[in-house]
Design a protein around this ligand. Structure first.
Ligand SMILES: Nc1ncnc2c1ncn2[C@@H]1O[C@H](COP(=O)(O)OP(=O)(O)O)[C@@H](O)[C@H]1O
Ligand SMILES: [Mg+2]
Length: 381
């Protein structure tokens, strides 16, 4: 089947933290919610405040920006103001709000450096607008709680709306006290993505950015790793794509080694545990498990573009090895060995199909370890 190839690919989708895809995937429920809340407030002419939150890296920034920059201009006749408040102090936040509302409403600004003066200016201009305004304050946390609730209260007063965006950690801290709780009317918790949804997001980003695309296998492998080790956060998968981007654009072949390197930061907890020790411990007197691991690693070493091996291929490879070694081949033994290897996190099953197996450690290391341990076992016999 022909795949539709999108024109105008650009690396922005990987490198710009404010990049907004043309379509926000798998956020229909949440977009419907915020759209409905804002629509009601426009129709009845009152201000409404929302908190958007989710685990960090899940997509709360892109969600709020999508609503503000793509939906609001299309569906509502409102001014929009976005500020990223993370690591800024109260003065910087108010100065930026003031600056943006003046630009948005085309009103001349008077230079000021005093927090109260700036706030008064901001308040006056924000209150004088004819249209409603949507403020998005991204990355709110405890440090400037006072300013955030002050803005939320002002919004209500002037029939504007404020959307506070924060990660789950800051959300727990902020909503312990009453100030934030009272200032906001609604909450929009963002759902975590399923494997399939994360895959769609990664796939979409690859189509948007990579000049020659990436194979399905790579996209799947990144998704598998992010779901297994990082709670399915899209941000981590975009980081992995970023690492692959220079290779892809220079025309180099993207091998499974490159993909493992790109995802190594996510899987480092696994890599840090001494793989040799684990293999040694599970293979004490277990010749067949070593043989299975050896065959699996050897296959992945030989076929550098393959990140997975399927069970059928593995069975055949083990069968050949058994013959070479004069060992009886028992399929149930292979299943049992695989079970152990998977249980000990030496081998992993793909979330897409149990039939597909992958490793996190370099196959060379697994191969050397299993081969030398197996030889030692033979010697002892
Ligand atoms: N539903 C989605 N569709 C497309 N891209 C998404 C979606 N959700 C998250 N992303 C992407 O995931 C990355 C992380 O999102 P971001 O909004 O920066 O996370 P957060 O602010 O929650 O830490 C961004 O590159 C964003 O574009
Ligand atoms: Mg963010």
């Amino acid at each position: 089947m022909m795949r539709m190839v999108r024109q105008n690919r650009s690396p922005r989708g990987l490198f710009d933290p404010y990049y907004c895809p043309d379509k926000l995937l798998h956020r229909d429920r949440e977009l419907g919610l915020i759209d409905g809340i804002y629509r009601d407030s426009c129709q009845e002419d009152y201000g409404v405040n929302c908190l958007v939150h989710g685990i960090s890296g899940l997509g709360s920034t892109v969600f709020s920006r999508y609503f503000l920059t793509k939906l609001t201009p299309k569906e509502f006749d409102s001014h929009t103001v976005y500020i990223d408040a993370r690591r800024k102090d109260a003065l910087e936040i108010v100065a930026e709000l003031n600056d943006k509302i003046h630009r948005e409403t085309n009103t001349p600004i008077t230079i000021a450096f005093d927090l109260d003066v700036l706030w008064m200016q901001f308040k006056r201009t924000a209150a004088a607008t004819e249209k409603k305004t949507v403020f998005v304050v991204d990355g709110i946390d405890e440090t400037n709680e006072e300013i955030y609730s002050k803005l939320a209260h002002l919004s209500k007063e002037i029939r504007a709306s404020t959307i506070g965006v924060l990660n789950s950690h800051d959300y727990r801290l902020l909503t312990k006290g009453p100030a934030t709780k009272f200032a906001y009317d609604f909450e929009i918790p963002l759902d975590t993505y399923t494997q399939k949804q994360l895959y769609d997001i990664v796939r979409h980003r690859v189509e948007d950015t990579f000049p020659l695309g990436l194979t399905e296998e790579i996209v799947r492998y990144i998704t598998d790793c992010v779901i297994e080790f990082d709670a399915g956060k899209p941000r981590t998968s975009i980081e992995a794509l970023k690492a692959l981007w220079p290779l892809a654009t220079s025309g180099q072949e993207i091998t499974s080694d490159a993909v493992r390197a790109a995802t190594s930061r996510i899987t480092s907890s696994i890599q840090e545990m001494d793989i040799m020790d684990t293999v040694e411990a599970i293979s004490m007197n277990d010749y067949i498990t070593l043989l299975v691991l050896e065959s699996l690693a050897q296959h992945l070493m030989t076929y550098k573009t393959e990140t997975y091996i399927d069970r059928q291929t593995l069975n055949e490879l083990v069968m050949i090895k058994c013959e070479e070694q004069g060992v009886r081949f028992v399929p149930e033994d292979i299943e049992r060995s695989l079970h152990t290897l998977i249980f000990q996190s030496v081998v992993f099953e793909s979330g897409y199909s149990r039939n597909l197996l992958y490793v996190i450690a370099p196959p060379e290391i697994l191969y050397d370890a299993s081969l030398s341990l197996r030889r030692e076992l033979s010697r002892r016999k």
